[in-house]
Design a protein around this ligand. Structure first.
Ligand SMILES: Nc1ncnc2c1ncn2[C@@H]1O[C@H](COP(=O)(O)OP(=O)(O)OP(=O)(O)O)[C@@H](O)[C@H]1O
Ligand SMILES: [Mg+2]
Length: 367
């Protein structure tokens, strides 16, 4: 996969810019607040249909402008394709077009244009709360499985509706209907996450082993409504659904007392283990960073395995946060994939990268 051209029109602090990155490593250099993260954000939105930054969609529109547009031309094994983001009516209406056709559901974007983002916040993936790790899993799986993103969105709506009903002291019968729906959607999410975590455990484990020069072994364990399931428990979707539905019924008295939904994949976590011990509780800062890096590189490997070509790597200001040996390790993994790296460092000519200067929303190619 390769971006050939990105056009930004009234997106964030970009008025009108055309960016043509090279096929390999692209260094985008600029001082603070010039638009580096915004540039990566534009690319990311066309992959995932949402931003990795906080805020609302209307924030994407340049201050004072009525609408924003981002157009992306890219190449894949299938040939030349295009994506377009339109945010109109001051941000009230968002539309994404794939090869000129508006998509109906975000899941349609899966496998079409894949990116893996790594930003300084991800270095905290290990020590943050479970929500961050769930988001990581959901983003990673969502771009590989067309159905996953849609089910996730439906599930989120059902949890919100059930919570509302719980707050209003709704009847058992009504709650039962929501529980059935939750079990149907939630079992699929648990099933997909379990299988993804198993594969990610292998891939991230390989990277962590190399990063620690063979000294440590990283493994991942998925935690869901039934604890830490074994492979045998997660093979049959019907059985998972029945088990989840039972748990939901058992939890109902407590849920009613607390007025909140307590069981289901919205409470899941991934335990990250170094030599069998929790990296969150026992890992040093450096070990935790290596785990985060290994997870991201594992994510890249799984995109490649599933889609058949490497994703575009987006590294937002993350190099300066890594020590020399980890930097070198990441560099060694960048071959044969397009990478956009933003940095506050001064632009310098490079033999191995295309270098761009970014100043007040204007991009200039330097080499
Ligand atoms: N909707 C918007 N319209 C205009 N400007 C915006 C909008 N949203 C954000 N900005 C501004 O765009 C500028 C660039 O932000 P961005 O986060 O991309 O900078 P950056 O180059 O990544 O900086 P840093 O090195 O500090 O991370 C900031 O000054 C920000 O306030
Ligand atoms: Mg930034």
């Amino acid at each position: 996969m390769r971006i050939t051209e990105l056009t930004l029109h009234n997106f964030r602090n970009f008025e009108h810019q055309v960016f043509r990155p090279g096929p390999g490593v692209n260094l985008i250099c600029g001082k603070n607040a010039q638009g580096k993260t915004s540039l990566l954000e534009a690319v990311y939105i066309l992959c995932c249909a949402r931003s990795f930054r906080q805020g609302r969609e209307r924030d994407w529109v340049r201050f004072g402008a009525p609408a924003a547009r981002v157009q992306l031309q890219f190449e894949t094994r299938r040939g030349d394709e295009s994506l377009e983001l339109r945010v109109a009516e001051g941000g009230a209406r968002k539309e994404i077009l794939l090869n000129g056709q508006p998509i109906r559901r975000n899941g349609e974007l899966a496998t079409r244009f894949c990116t893996v983002l790594f930003e300084p916040g991800h270095l905290n993936l290990v020590k943050e709360g479970p929500e961050e790790r769930r988001r990581f899993l959901d983003t990673a799986i969502g771009q590989l499985r067309p159905k996953y993103q849609n089910v996730l969105e439906d599930y989120g709506r059902v949890v919100a509706q059930k919570n509302m009903l719980l707050r209003q002291g709704g009847a058992q019968e009504q709650l039962g209907i929501w529980n059935e729906r939750l079990a149907a959607l939630g079992s699929y999410l648990s099933f997909m996450r379990f299988s993804y975590v198993q594969k990610l455990s292998v891939q991230s484990g390989l990277h962590h082993e190399r990063l620690s020069k063979g000294a440590e072994s990283l493994s991942l364990e998925y935690q869901t409504f039934c604890g830490r399931p074994e492979a045998g428990q997660m093979e049959d979707l019907g059985q998972i659904k029945d088990a989840l539905e039972r748990e939901l019924w058992d939890a109902l008295p407590l849920e009613t007392a607390r007025s909140v939904s307590l069981v289901g994949p919205h409470r899941d976590d991934v335990e990250l283990l170094i030599d069998g011990r929790s990296a969150r509780l026992f890992g040093s800062q450096g070990q935790q960073r290596s785990v985060a890096l290994s997870l991201k590189l594992g994510e890249c490997a799984l995109v490649e395995e599933t889609v058949g070509e490497p994703p575009i790597l987006l590294l937002d200001d993350v190099f300066s946060e890594l020590d020399r040996s980890r930097q070198q390790y990441v560099r060694s993994r960048l071959r044969e994939r397009q990478t956009l790296i933003t940095t506050c460092a001064l632009p310098r000519p490079s033999k191995t990268a295309a270098v761009f200067r970014l100043e007040q929303g204007e991009i200039t190619a330097l080499s």
